[in-house]
Design a protein around this ligand. Structure first.
Ligand code: AOF
Ligand code: ZN
Length: 367
């Protein structure tokens, strides 16, 4: 790839690429990249790799060593200004006597929210903001929601035929979308802290809900919404391979809850029932420091999550097929609206192709 011009976005792009590569591995922390430039040379690079470990700036400044003094630091997120699990990056930049800091976007964390930039400026460091701001903010959608609301960011993913079916009328669903689409879903799994399905999906498909990529991948926490604990005890999700949470109600059989707990499954009751209180469930998951969820249905859970306004973004994969069948299940099984004008609308639409499949991404607008 040829670089035609060089401006602040040149170094910020590199910082963003490093942050992007770390998506999925920082837990509820943001992904952040940092590049230190001195007299026209890159002298340090760094990215935040894991919650509780060094922030991006620390790695980059450490690499720059003595060259940090008088340098320009490009960072995708406003440097932090308080003691969390690690000390404030703003202080490090001040101590290192950097000349200038270029920031892509502000940190929405109420403990930072502009204070990092203020601190730098108050100590005479020049600060420029807004370079590749939108790209940087988009990388941290889950963090941006979680840090202000305490609720996980939910990505709803479906794979359906052009007539909106997620299986044939006999229940056959393998496969609807093509290999490219399915491979990308595993990238989405890698990037989310948890995957969530309903008990209907466990009963119908017995999914393992693991990430399968050509390279080693992160295995998300598995979450099943199962009001009555209908999921079979020998289901693949209870194989103990990764952390598994079952969201249920007080109406579920107690002995089954105990047996699942005995297998290492976390059984979390969300009220009396008969259905899981999804709003309470999201709050409880947030309290367990789950900041992002990939919702993989089926139709009833998708519908209920939308009705409760808990879905943040939809990623709808369509295969160029028509399966028909009045009884064939659809992507969204809920009561529905009476009038077209009441339909839930999606905005900021993006259309991508995966071979002959199409993926439509959109953000629900809750009126
Ligand atoms: C930065 N650079 O690379 C990251 C930042 O508990 P801690 O110490 O990891 O602090 C977490 C908070 O720090 C997080 O909520 C966010 O506001 C900020 N993350 N800041 O300057 C980084 N990861
Ligand atoms: Zn920091």
């Amino acid at each position: 790839m040829e670089t035609e011009t060089m401006d602040a976005s040149f170094y910020m792009r590199l910082a963003l690429q490093m942050a992007e590569a770390a998506r999925g591995q920082t837990g509820v922390n943001p992904v952040v990249g940092c590049v230190v430039v001195k007299q026209g040379r890159i002298v340090g690079i760094g990215t935040h790799l894991k919650r509780g470990t060094e922030h991006a700036e620390v790695h980059a400044i450490r690499m720059a060593g003595g060259e940090a003094e008088g340098s320009t630091v490009y960072v995708t997120l406003e440097p932090c200004s308080y003691y969390g699990r690690t000390p404030p990056c703003a202080d490090l930049l001040i101590q290192s006597k950097v000349a200038k800091v270029v920031v892509a976007c502000l940190d929405p964390n109420p403990q930072v929210a502009g204070k990092g930039i203020e601190k730098l400026r108050s100590r005479g460091i020049e600060v420029e903001t807004g370079v590749l701001q939108e790209e940087a903010a988009a990388l941290n959608e889950p963090f941006n929601k979680y840090i202000v609301s305490g609720l996980p960011f939910v990505t709803l993913k479906t794979a359906c035929t052009l007539d909106g079916k997620i299986a044939s009328r006999t229940g056959d669903s393998k496969w609807i979308t093509n290999e490219k689409s399915r491979a990308f879903v595993h990238v989405l799994r890698h990037r989310h802290q948890a995957i969530m399905v309903g008990s209907g999906t466990v009963l119908a498909d017995d999914p393992s809900l693991t990430t399968r990529l050509e390279v080693e991948a992160l295995q998300p926490i598995r979450i099943v919404v199962d009001s009555m604990l209908r999921s079979p005890e020998n289901a693949k999700i209870f194989d103990g391979q990764s952390r598994t949470i079952v969201l249920t109600t007080d109406e579920a059989p107690r002995d089954k809850a105990e047996r699942l707990t005995g297998k290492g499954v976390e059984v979390v009751a969300t009220g009396q029932g008969p259905h899981v209180d999804l709003r309470m469930a999201m709050k409880l998951l947030g309290e367990r420091e789950i900041g992002s969820i990939l919702l993989e249905g089926g139709g009833r859970l998708n519908g209920a999550m939308l009705e409760n306004r808990l879905v943040d973004v939809c990623r709808l994969f369509f295969a160029p097929k028509i399966i028909g069948g009045r009884e064939a299940p659809g992507s969204f099984a809920f009561e529905g609206f009476e009038r077209m004008s009441d339909a839930l609308k999606l905005e900021r639409i993006r259309v991508e192709s995966f071979g002959d499949d199409v993926c439509i991404t959109g953000y629900p607008v809750y009126g």
